[in-house]
Ligand binder design. Structure first.
Ligand code: HEM
Length: 442
């Protein structure tokens, strides 16, 4: 008997498809369906299956029907053309390990979800609130840089994975704590809990993961790092720390972030559920099917991206002869080849916050420091030049190993006084209490 993972004979495949009209896919085992095919990195498993069976495949995880879409055209078809059909998500035991936990993120598309969505879009994460909380983000970033400066002065290495998580966690916790005082959180019972549980998880990991991948890519591509540092030196100079108001001028940094999202989307697959049967590409998608749009796979598709495995931010900038093909591609969910924040009404409500935080935090890390990586393979083996780019299995797609580095100051003493003063102010500024991880405890 042929192993189940091997391709079934084509006459058999077409027989199955002509009767069921389901998208193609490998043969399923009784009861477990295709569960046995899933490796630890599910988006990679789906990527391999798609390269064998095509950009739209059908799988059964236990009793749950699933479809996986891996092309920009299909992403558009599912998320835009059939948006309402795929505006729900499903949280089942069988797929617990495929998705991230959050009650708002898994709320059915109905009045509760609409209420919270409106609240988050206009109040919690709207531009007015984001502007109001700029001082929090600035102080937290200064505090983070001050920690790195301290490490740099004492010649110690720093676990950036942990420090980045503390930074993003502190920003969102501080914002949420301030909301409590502003009265906004009183608008609904339970909003406080929701905001704490859902937004903390959704905001902290994703933003920290993106920053870590971006820095890891820069360390592995010194020529890109140098260009990015030159841009910062030109736009910001060496007498002050980069600020969010510099973002519109940091074109290359933005391109670095887009390129990072292309290769390392923190949430590698957009997951939804169909609320009614529909037809996509001539195939039937059953009601209740889980949809996975594999954005990780789309980012690596040579039919979509030239030299997809090269980290080349320039693809998002005007070329030397003035061609601007990639410059119009943004991350807001309308360019289906690059959907790090998803698309449509269920897209990420934290996009504005993330796109305020990310360029400034990344720019600050490379404005102030060069980075020397330490291998942490159980024991430290000392500095190396290349960062490993393995992924850890999980709901999101972080790097497999913590990023441990020596920060090497590249600015002498110029902005350090400024940063330290701000860090001191920051410590005084923070309300005492839970939620805020104090980076100073040593
Ligand atoms: C780099 C940072 C981030 C990335 C890459 C990211 C990515 C995503 C993606 C792909 C989705 C699913 C979208 C879809 O189904 O179309 C999502 C949903 C969500 N994100 Fe983010 N996110 C980030 C930051 C944030 C932040 C800062 C917050 C909150 C402050 C946040 C809150 C949420 C919530 C609540 C949902 C669920 C929305 C819903 O189901 O309607 N995210 N995010």
């Amino acid at each position: 008997m042929l192993p189940f993972s091997s391709s079934p004979p084509s006459f058999f495949k077409s027989f199955i498809n002509s009767t069921s009209k389901l998208p193609p896919g490998p043969l399923a085992l009784p009861v477990i369906g295709h569960l046995h095919l899933l490796g630890p990195l599910i988006h990679k498993t789906f990527h391999h299956l798609s390269s064998r069976y095509g950009p739209l495949i059908y799988l059964r995880i236990g009793s749950v029907p699933c479809v996986v879409a891996s092309s920009p055209e299909l992403a558009k078809e599912f998320l835009k053309t059939n948006e309402l059909t795929f505006s729900a998500r499903k949280h089942t035991f069988a797929i617990d390990h495929l998705t991230y936990h959050s009650s708002f993120a898994f709320a059915p598309y109905g009045p509760y979800w609409k209420f919270i969505k409106k609240l988050s879009a206009y109040e919690l994460l709207g531009s007015r609130t984001l502007n109001q909380f700029l001082p929090i983000r600035t102080q937290e970033l200064n505090h983070f840089i001050a920690i790195l400066l301290q490490k740099s002065k004492s010649g110690e290495s720093v676990n950036l994975t942990q420090e980045l998580l503390k930074l993003t966690n502190n920003v969102i916790s501080q914002m949420m704590m301030s909301l409590r005082c502003s009265g906004i959180a009183d608008q609904a019972d339970g909003v406080r809990t929701l905001v704490r549980e859902d937004f903390l998880t959704a905001a902290t990991d994703t933003t920290a993961i993106a920053l870590e991948w971006a820095l890891a890519e820069l360390i592995n591509h010194p020529e890109v790092l140098e260009k990015a540092q030159k841009e910062i030196d030109k736009v910001v100079g060496k007498n002050r720390l980069v600020e969010e108001s510099d973002n519109p001028s940091l074109h290359y940094i933005h391109a670095v972030i887009k390129e990072t999202f292309r290769l390392h989307p923190p949430i590698p697959m957009i997951s939804r559920k169909s609320t009614q049967e529909c037809k996509i590409g001539g195939y039937t998608i059953p009601e209740g099917a889980l949809l996975f749009v594999n954005i990780w796979s789309i980012g690596r598709d040579p039919k979509v991206w030239e030299d997809p495995f090269k980290f080349r931010p320039e693809r998002f900038l005007k070329s030397e002869n003035g061609e601007a093909s990639g410059t119009t591609i943004d991350v807001k969910g309308l360019h289906y080849q690059l959907l790090p924040f998803g698309s449509g009404r269920r897209a990420c409500p934290g996009i504005s916050l993330a796109m305020q935080e990310l360029p400034t935090a990344l720019a600050a890390m490379i404005q102030c420091f060069d980075w020397k990586v330490v291998v942490t393979d159980g024991e430290k083996h000392g500095p190396v030049d290349v960062v490993d780019m393995d992924e850890r299995p999980g709901l999101t797609a972080p790097r497999a190993h913590d990023l441990e580095c020596f920060p090497i100051s590249r600015l002498g003493s110029v902005p350090s006084g400024f940063i330290e003063a701000h860090a001191r102010a920051c410590l005084g500024f923070r309300p005492q209490g839970q939620g805020c991880q104090d980076q100073d405890k040593k």
